[in-house]
Design a protein around this ligand. Sequence first.
Ligand code: TYD
Length: 218
Amino acid sequence: MTHGLFISFEGIDGAGKSSHIDGLAEAFRVQGRAVVLTREPGGTPLAESLRGLVLNSPMDPLCEALLMFAARRDHLLTVIEPALARGDVVLCDRFTDATFAYQGHGRGFDLTVLQTLERWVQGGLQTNSDALRQPDLTVWFDVPPAVAAARLAQARSPDRFEAESQAFFERVAAGYAARCAESPQRFARINADAPRPEVWAQVQAACTQRGWIVRGAA
Ligand code: TYD
């Protein structure tokens, strides 16, 4: 049976991940793979309710971190783990790196508490392994915060995170860089300050290099 694949997509708000996630889903489907497209916070009825709260209701950083991880636990148990067990490809718009980048580096919340929550929520899920569930690949759309801010200025009315200052997004971007430095094999850094076809070529290359899709499949 084909092994499941877990791929997450990260970057500051305005990094431009969405269309490329759809493109990758199509590339995997063309190759006959079942694809689960999902997102965090969200992906289950409970986690989508938590998303509505965390994106719109004022709260302190501990509440924010706990709600992110509560949503993640439900998402892992009811969507991600069953999909991986079936051998599906799970494409997840954000995962735990976002919590370290936004709540940890952006808000300044204690990283060791986040590590503890990460162990509670992502541990004990895999048979015959104590390893934490982590993505097989994290596609990180790296873009200067000023470029992302210009893109966001064109967008719809901002949520609690999108309304943050450029200084906040500088810290979040540094948070992603730190996570990437800690797990370089898991990360593919994409230069997202480039025309869309070039960004897509980089995203596709991250998967072709790993032998997961054949070039030109989408
Ligand atoms: P996002 O994924 O950008 O969706 P949309 O494109 O619909 O705005 O929005 C999710 C927001 O939640 C984003 O600003 C980052 C934030 N977030 C955290 O702060 N911590 C987390 O752990 C996750 C998963 C997201």
